[in-house]
Ligand binder design. Structure first.
Ligand SMILES: [Zn+2]
Length: 292
């Protein structure tokens, strides 16, 4: 069934070609988001509570997306529309402080300068197909990073590890489950006995498989794929590609990092057992992507 075309207006501006930044955890989504946020006229959200509730609902129950496509699309559109509204309370440019109650819900003075919208919340990747259904002209920027460095970063991040708590990892109803990277009945049965490093590797593998599916689904005008490792030293080229695909006037300067990139840091950070676990889960994807 053809979806009816949908016009979303935020702050008095029609939303066209919203930009969503996708990637496995710790793959550099924040780097791209930061550069896009500094592009004139761009408002790129990230971490809004309403958006997170919507995208985790979708990510954790992918079957719902297929069963109730139009309901999911409006759930996502409503959540983003609300997060993109710039009021004196939500605008990052408005000074903090007291706001008169009657002004607090109205667009602030910066709102009319915003002509483009986007989002770079964590784990947006798992709702990419639903986002594509909700916003038929959306542009996606996805970032791929060496899975071994991703696992090393995830192992150091309480928030990443929180998803593996038994109360969070409720796996009874969904298969395949890209969020946890579980595809078969056998993988689900073995899951409780996997090491934490293996579980992290499964999430990375699930993410890069989703990224490959997106490449098969969307043309180059709607999807660009960046490699984390290429962004260091390749800032000028990356900025140019971002400008071309997203229309954001991204400056290469905003992509330059002063802190360590962490490229190859897994060599010092993963134990022998952890490396073995990562390899046994993700060797096919690592070698397909050239991470050998
Ligand atoms: Zn403002």
């Amino acid at each position: 069934m053809k979806q009816p075309s949908y016009i979303l207006v935020v702050n008095g501006t029609k939303v066209h070609r919203p930009v969503f930044v996708l990637g496995a955890p710790h793959s550099g989504v924040n780097l791209i988001a930061r550069a896009l946020r500094r592009a004139p006229g761009f408002h790129v959200g990230g971490g809004d509570t309403g958006v997170l509730n919507a995208i985790y609902a979708v990510a954790r129950r992918p079957s719902v997306v297929e069963e109730r496509a139009s309901g999911t699309a409006s759930l996502l559109r409503d959540a983003f529309a609300e997060s993109w509204q710039l009021t004196p309370l939500t605008c990052p440019l408005c000074p903090p402080g007291r706001v008169a109650a009657r002004e607090s819900a109205d667009p602030c003075r910066h709102a009319r300068r915003v002509t483009r919208f986007g989002d770079a919340s964590p784990d947006l990747l798992y709702s990419a197909t639903a986002l594509n259904a909700a916003f038929s002209d959306a542009v996606f920027v996805q970032i791929i990073r060496d899975g071994r460095d991703v696992v090393a970063d995830m192992l150091d991040d309480e928030q990443s590890l929180a998803w593996f708590r038994p109360s969070m990892a409720n796996l009874d109803h969904e298969l395949p489950n890209p969020f946890f990277g579980i595809e078969t009945q056998q993988e689900r049965e073995e899951y409780p006995n996997q090491s934490v490093a293996a579980k992290c590797a499964m999430r990375w593998r699930g993410a890069v498989r989703l990224s490959a599916q997106l490449r098969g689904m969307l043309g180059a005008d709607r999807l660009m794929t960046l490699r984390y490792e290429d962004m260091f030293g390749g800032e000028v080229e990356t900025a140019e590609r971002l400008r071309e695909v997203t229309g954001a006037r991204v400056s290469a300067v905003e992509l330059v990092r002063t802190d360590a990139s962490g490229i190859g840091s897994w060599r010092n950070r993963l134990t022998g057992d952890q490396r073995k676990d990562v390899r046994s889960i993700a060797h096919a994807e690592l070698s397909r992507l050239g991470y050998t």
